[in-house]
Write a protein that binds this ligand. Sequence first.
Ligand SMILES: [Fe+2]
Length: 333
Amino acid sequence: MIPSAPGAGPAGEPLPAAVRTALSEPTAARVADLWRELGLDDATLHDEDAQRGLRDALADRAGEEWRRACARVRRLLDTPPHVALVRAAGPPSPPVLAALSVCLGRLEDPYRRSWSRVMQEIVVDPGSDDALAWHVDSPGWPRTNDLTCLLCVTPAAAGGRTEILPWTAIARELRSAAELRAELAARKIPWVLDEALGSRVVHQPVIGPEGLRFMRGSLERAAAAHPRDAPWITSLCRRFAEVAERARPYLSHRLEEGEILVFDNHRCLHRRGPVHTAEGAGEGAGESADRLLIRTRIGRPAWRRSVAAPFADDSGGRRHRSDAAYSPEGRKE
Ligand SMILES: [Fe+2]
């Protein structure tokens, strides 16, 4: 059994002001109007042409503030800690989430079933503690999503902080564990894909050329499905979880109503703290399901990212002259 590492330890650092972006009410309203005008909903948004149509309409008509905000979010995602927080004025807006998502890349849905959603409601699942330990999203997909966006519709009454651990902090911690790092990059885990994707197996390391792939529950499934490999999978996972547990700094933020948190799912691990109702906070109170987020998972970023492949170097994103299509301005590393 791979040990649990819940996010209830010492608090991380608050999100720096530099990663926050505000959108005014007229811009948010313009985005929502476009969404309505194009007749979009979750079902229509599965279609790539519809996503492109929305992206084009936004570029033409959402205005300068929108354009600047999207450019800023892209720039933040390219720069450690690879996190951006957007707050649009007004009530929580799924159209703004969808619009921001299509401006960052393609909304992914590998299931292609009537039940699957590109804008997925996330409630607390008391039956699973995967979200409480450091992980990346979609380890059951053939290729994990590049970016994750979370819109907070209903904040937790208490607890439920979202925590982000950037690769730069993990890499620093691994400097004194060269053998482990080499093993994490070389040993290919036989990941078992989601049942709805045929439970196929893909072989990938925890630290791959594109980024991180890690979730305790998925590693336990891989170990159970491959008993001969179970000892090394379990050992590798435990040692990596210990490294992640020690790595500093990590960020910690309790999402407020209407906030959209975006992070790089290949260059960060994330987890949430336990969620409680106002009455139920405290030890032994158990988790409540009153927190509601809407999540999009994004692949194929729509811009040419200005940093090197995540793990080409340990500087956390040394810029390559040959890859300078996107010119950073303002925030410097
Ligand atoms: Fe997650």
